[in-house]
Ligand binder design. Structure first.
Ligand code: TTP
Length: 411
């Protein structure tokens, strides 16, 4: 079997997190998604691994070489333009030739036990799962484990089943004619679901179901928070402490504190929490459940962080509150910078994604801050607001709208 990882999209909906990074490199407990896929899927012993690239391709190759240094089965195919999932699969089959293909979108969070079950997916077959709002996906109708219909992005609130195509499929090479014949969709892309719709007219396509909470499409920024929360729940058990922890520190619950990390006096940590290599926390800071600090990041004096991801080299130096937020790499928050994460009326937080205002269905959601952004002292950021990479927020400002990349926000 040949393994294909699709890592070619631009990830527009994930901005600003994808301003500087391919979507396939979004971290799950500090590990780029594509590395997690490769590590788990190589256990299925594929004869070849084809990675489809386009946007920020060199970056993906570099990261894969770091996490898979001697993997001679990997080949990279440059899609050149992001013409859609169907086009990406065609490129993979043009390159790979005869054989059976296990094809996976790289932007999926999969629980670890899903990977080994993928071997049970029959060919031709697709993986399906259930979601509460199916209208953004390819919705499928199944009878006796065989697909009877597939409908890409039905109209909002159109009554359809909650079962969707989960971005994983297995196809023999002889289905390539259906992939080659995909027509441009209304979104101006060649979409694999159009080929599946044609295939089911001629032969059976089997399904394999992934249970809830073991799969997530990381399409919008808050999906990255949810995926990491699922991983914290599933993968952090007990206390694994390799860093330097002062004897006054209080630690409760499940935590990982990696080597080189330092936890300074009178800090309180409530798991699940993951603190990666060389991060420095405290003194007197409070890390609440579902907090992640990636390599070389820091929280200084009297900083409270809850339900958030702080990426590599970012600094929360003094008197910061960061709740249910994502702080990109190399960000610096001025003293007293606060993220609000709850509305007075407790209604769910909305976020602008491309041109649409989306209800995140999260009662608590803070900010999404892109790489290299900086805030001055006493900045307050309202719930669900995004700050683009390299933006600068002047001291004392209340950020009540999204801020563009490289924008200087004055008040
Ligand atoms: P999408 O979720 O459509 O990825 P995208 O990057 O286009 O997202 P956005 O709409 O936010 O811009 O694609 C699903 C997967 O397929 C994802 O892992 C990226 C990959 N892909 C390709 O490899 N090539 C492509 O041309 C496209 C569109 C996606």
């Amino acid at each position: 079997m040949k393994l294909v990882l699709l890592a070619g999209g631009k990830g527009e909906r994930l901005r600003p997190l994808t301003d500087n990074k391919q979507k396939a490199l979004m971290p799950i407990l500090g590990e780029p998604l594509i590395c997690r896929h490769l590590k788990e899927l190589s256990k299925l012993n594929p004869e070849k691994i084809i990675i489809i690239l386009s946007y920020k391709k060199e970056q993906v190759v570099e990261e894969v070489k770091k996490c898979f240094p001697n993997e001679n089965k990997i080949v990279y195919v440059d899609q050149k333009e992001e013409k859609g999932t169907g086009h990406a699969i065609k490129m993979a089959m043009d390159y790979g030739g005869e054989g059976d293909y296990l094809i996976i979108y790289s932007d999926l969070y999969l629980s670890k036990n899903v990977y080994k079950n993928l071997i049970k997916l029959k060919s031709p077959g697709i993986v399906v799962t259930e979601v509460s709002k199916p209208w953004n996906y390819g919705v499928v109708k199944i009878e006796n484990e065989i697909i009877k219909d597939i409908k890409e992005k039905p109209k909002i609130d159109e009554p359809v089943s909650n079962t969707i195509f989960a971005g994983i499929l297995r196809l023999p090479f002889d289905s390539k004619e259906y992939i080659d014949n995909i027509k441009l969709s209304s979104r101006n892309e060649y979409e694999v679901t159009d080929a599946i719709k044609e295939m089911i007219k001629s032969f059976d396509i089997f399904t394999l179901n992934i249970p809830k909470n073991q799969w997530l499409d990381i399409g919008r920024p808050w999906d990255l928070l949810i995926a990491n929360r699922l991983a914290l729940d599933e993968e952090i058990k007990g206390q694994v402490i390799k860093g330097d922890v002062h004897n006054s520190v209080v630690i409760k619950g499940d935590v990982i504190i990696e080597e080189g990390a330092e936890i300074k006096p009178y800090t309180v940590i409530e798991g699940p929490v993951f603190i990666s290599k060389n991060s420095i926390i405290g003194p007197t800071s409070h890390l609440r459940p579902y907090t992640i600090f990636l390599k070389n990041s820091s929280a200084g004096y009297s900083v409270e962080v809850k339900g958030s991801i702080v990426m590599e080299f970012s600094k929360l130096p003094h008197f910061n509150y960061v709740g249910d937020s994502i702080i990109g790499e190399h960000v610096n928050l001025g003293a007293g910078t606060i993220t609000a994460n709850l509305r007075f009326d407790h209604k769910s937080i909305k976020m602008k994604v491309k041109e649409d205002i989306i209800d995140t269905e999260m009662e608590k959601l803070g900010s999404i801050i892109g790489d290299y952004a900086q805030t001055g002292i006493n900045v307050s950021i309202l719930p669900g607001k995004k700050i683009g990479s390299h933006a600068i927020i002047y001291p004392g400002c209340i950020v009540d709208r999204d801020v563009n990349s490289y924008e200087i926000f004055k008040c």
